[in-house]
Ligand binder design. Structure first.
Ligand code: GLN
Length: 594
């Protein structure tokens, strides 16, 4: 085998259509190559002109994910972190908007020494430079770079061109994997390979040859079609990998391994295999467990609003929340069935609040704006009064505070400045610093974004959960079971508003506990009710779901799932409609295709 010393690059490009699972394929290859002992970095390339994903509505492109740095990204970055079990950085995310902004700003600052600045070479070389930079800063052996969109799109041509140049410079170090789709039209009942052949030809017309094809389809690829694709696309049949729809995305690295994808990739990159790590054993156990964890089914309602796009219900907007629930359900020894409930339906009287009795836990996730707010507040009230485990994430914590102020403190006009800045009681308000930014029209820069430290106080639900978790409390927790004293943790934020410090005293006097606060004590990070009053009534100003990983479930989600499990044991008969549960399973498949 020819030896090369260079860094290795794998480009993942979509063929035929979008939404077939490029993100999951890239992440899974990352897991697999890490398991084989290589340090891998994953880069997401989004061809849109948005500089980051922060200004996009979640129904456009799914959930907006946030990195520790505060960068707002595509939801694929969440998958990357979950599959690699590692925090990613700004170097790992590239958009056309970022590239163009940088090049234009550099031109304005005379950075090109009087040259005519053009897409080729300046934009292209800026992209190549970022690919190389990400490899360097990650100190990795192999980079996996997922190029958003599909071959044939106008928007991603420059990224493919950059990849081509990299390949030209390092012929033995760069390979191209196409994640393609093979349709089986209902009337024909036969899987068709032609669209994939065309996609490969299209890529070849850019000067890029496909090395490996991951053939996404509803069913597995048969030998006949494998050979057909191989011959037509000029690649070895073993390099055509069958990737049918499956129940759980966490099985994908395992299936890739069974199809020898890891070794095929290493061979194509001219590197020798290494010993498989023990981590992969843990991964396999988790993947098995998540699917079959238990017959003990716990019904969780997610009361949100970003569900409908046209005639379809999309749960993509809450992807990290769904995954976090899944991991913690496994940790708690239950199987979570998630039910998406639209908050507006309560307001319209389409569903009655009493239907909430049938759930074992309720989550109000993050959100923005007015839609469904009153419905959500009433749902929270119902959960509080009926003792149903409740977990509020960001907006879900703010609304929980408003609910408490209205119905326990009797402050009828309690509201958030986001909805009514003239409300009698602004329980949730904007901090002076953010106010200034909004006045300047700088909405993109007006949020508290990324990782911030919070102190967690003893004798609270939050302290017990974090204190027993090694990732947050450090090694000490193992022996002592839980750390003593105030704990310092870091969690990721994405919000403009905060609990108004003027109301803290009143809220605390009325029984609400702020178990997490910013180090200066000014910003409320976690609110909860004592266990003596409610089995689990907790809200976080941050988004714990962004730190939940399959091999490291988030301690607060696990505490919530345990409380939901307890409710189930006290109320074993579930009357939740089967129909809506099935809907969720379908959307999981959609999410995988993305
Ligand atoms: N809309 C709220 C705010 O901006 C909550 C944001 C969120 O839930 N991510 O503060």
């Amino acid at each position: 085998m020819k030896k090369t010393a260079g860094h290795k690059y794998i480009f993942i490009i979509g063929g035929v259509m979008s939404g077939v699972g490029k993100g999951v394929a890239s992440s899974s290859l990352g897991t697999l190559l890490s398991a084989k002992g290589f340090r891998v970095n994953l880069v997401k390339v989004d061809p849109y002109l948005n500089v980051d994903a922060g200004t996009m509505n979640p129904t456009e492109h799914g959930e907006v994910f946030v990195l520790n740095s505060g960068l707002e990204t595509d939801q694929d970055m969440g998958n990357y972190e979950r599959f690699l079990g590692r925090d990613l950085t700004n170097d790992d995310y590239i958009t056309s908007g970022m590239i163009y902004k940088h090049v234009i700003e550099k031109e304005r600052a005379l950075g090109y020494g009087g040259k005519c600045v053009e897409a080729i070479p300046h934009i292209r070389d800026e992209i190549v430079g970022r690919f190389e930079h990400a490899a360097r800063t990650n100190k990795s052996d192999i980079s996996i770079l997922e190029i958003g969109g599909t071959v044939g799109d106008y928007q991603n041509i420059m990224f493919i061109e950059a990849a081509r140049v990299l390949k030209m410079r390092h012929p033995d170090d760069v390979i191209f994997i196409m994640v393609s789709y093979l349709p089986t039209p209902g009337k024909l009942g036969e899987m068709k390979t032609r669209p994939t052949q065309h996609a490969v030809q299209q890529l070849a017309s850019y000067g890029v040859n496909t090395d490996i094809i991951i053939a996404r389809a509803e069913t597995a690829l048969d030998e006949r079609r494998k050979t057909k694709i191989a011959v037509a696309c000029n690649i070895h049949p073993k390099c055509v990998i069958s990737a049918p729809d499956i129940e759980s995305i966490y099985d994908v690295p395992i299936n890739f391994d069974q199809d020898h994808l890891g070794n095929i990739v290493l061979e194509a990159l001219h590197i020798s295999p290494r010993k498989t790590t023990d981590e992969f054993k843990t991964w396999k156990k988790m993947a098995r467990g998540i699917k079959n964890s238990s017959h003990n089914q716990v019904d969780i309602a997610i009361v949100g609003k970003y569900f409908n796009t046209g005639d379809f219900t999309l749960t993509d907007a809450y992807l990290s929340v769904l995954e976090a629930v899944k991991f913690s359900a496994y940790a708690a020894g239950v199987k979570a069935v998630i039910h998406t409930v639209n908050a507006r339906d309560f307001e319209k009287g389409k569903i009655d609040y009493s239907s909430l009795d049938t759930y074992h836990g309720i989550i109000v996730p993050g959100g923005f704006g007015e839609t469904g707010i009153e419905g959500k507040i009433n749902v929270i009230r119902y959960a509080r009064e009926k003792g149903i485990p409740y977990f509020g994430l960001c907006y879900g914590m703010q609304l929980m505070t408003i609910e408490y102020a209205r119905n326990v403190l009797g402050l009828k006009g309690a509201n958030t400045a986001e909805i009514n800045p003239r409300a009698a009681h602004l329980l949730i308000d904007i901090m002076p610093e953010q106010k200034k930014k909004i006045a300047e029209g700088n909405y993109g820069g007006s949020m508290r974004l990324g990782a911030y430290t919070a102190q967690i106080f003893v004798d609270t639900i939050a302290h017990e959960a974090y204190g027993a978790d090694e990732r947050f409390a450090g090694k000490k927790s193992k022996k002592a079971k839980a750390v003593k004293g105030v704990l310092k943790i870091e969690e990721r934020h994405r919000h403009r508003y905060e609990v108004n410090p003027e109301y803290i005293e009143q809220l605390e006097a009325a029984g609400l506990i702020f178990s997490g606060k910013s180090p200066d004590g000014m910003l409320m990070e976690i609110a909860e009710l004592p266990l003596s009053v409610h089995p689990f009534f907790v809200g976080t100003q941050f988004h714990p779901e962004f730190l939940a990983r399959p091999l490291a479930p988030h301690p607060l989600f696990t505490a919530f799932m345990k409380a939901s499990k307890k409710r189930k044991s006290q109320q074993p008969v579930s009357v939740v409609e089967k129909e809506s549960a099935e809907e969720v399973l379908t959307t999981y498949t959609l999410a995988y295709r993305k």
